[in-house]
Design a protein around this ligand. Sequence first.
Ligand code: HEM
Length: 372
Amino acid sequence: MIPTVHPPGAIVLSGRTMAAHFFRAGDERLSHAGGWDLVFGDRFGRGVLNLDGPRHRDYRKALLPLLTRRAASGYEPVAREVLDRALTGVAADAPVDLHALVKPIVFEVSATLFAGITGEAAMELLGAYTALQDPGDALGTADGRRVARQVVGARRRLRAALGEAVAAMTDVDGPVRRLRELPDPPGDEEIAQNLAILILAGFETTSYVTARMLWLLARHPGHQDALRADGSAFAAVFAETTRLHPPLAWLPRTAATDLSIADTAIPAGSGVYFDIAATHRDPEVFEAPDEFRPERHAAPPQGKFAQVPFSAGRRVCAGIHVGTMEAETITTGILRRFRLTAPPGAHIGDVSANGSTVTPAAPLLARCHPLP
Ligand code: HEM
């Protein structure tokens, strides 16, 4: 169980049967906008992830051509370039916090691809994101005013940077142009909010999964060697990592109307969460569910909703191919240069401050030994 807090009265669903009710419900029954408001409020504005109805549909349609498998493989050189730069700073043989290593890489790749923001400017944007995402408990303490000022400042910096990106990206084939070309195009402010959401959706998830994957490989040297020897082993390692550690442990919604799901009455406005993390560790579906066994993915998947790290149905993750490409490029790039070992220690679990996204409960440490 991952420690978290859901709002009072929230309903938490899990398992394959409940998944069918959850993933097949339209926005008019289970609202994404309401769900994501429970998690982030309006801190990042509104975009394709946290809108319902026709505006969501139009934005998704405009953005999907930029996120196909083919598009993702075209982005690979950007990921390699950012990775190469980042790896020059890795301390050999000393413990490295894998999440801290991977986060700026993934962030810069997304900021470059979708907003044309690179290098130091990307790191400044990451600072603003982090301040907005995690104002900490300090908001309710004596230090609250200072933190509140920081949050306001971060929001301003984020807006300014993305506003400039919208102006600068007008002639580039990217999200700005695709959204502007819609028959009923959004204004610049709303395009900037879509950029914020797009970058955030890819950053949080991919950086966490990649760090977890490297950490698992450091603890399982046999799988590490196998992947170094044969890149086609990646798919199973990735599938097993996202099974054990889905970056969105719960998917949030609110009931858009009075509902009944599997005989449970759910009043309009209630929080409704689907528990991906628990579903992925169902012992009736996965033998030894807590163990890292990439080989279990050699067989076809165990039923439609047994493993749903990218969600399912109409609102399935739009960035699957980009996220997978980034995770693969970073993981295999690191394994080409380093042998990873894990300091001895107990398993490190996850925590969730917002009832959806997770972070490791302690730093995910590994030593990076340069390979000849
Ligand atoms: C391992 C990496 C990733 C995982 C596990 C992941 C997971 C998810 C999940 C579970 C959702 C559904 C959220 C919901 O139902 O409320 C989602 C939505 C979304 N993801 Fe990803 N994601 C990843 C990477 C990315 C990347 C790299 C991008 C962008 C390039 C991206 C863009 C999006 C967008 C735009 C949505 C909203 C789709 C919609 O509502 O129509 N994701 N993702």
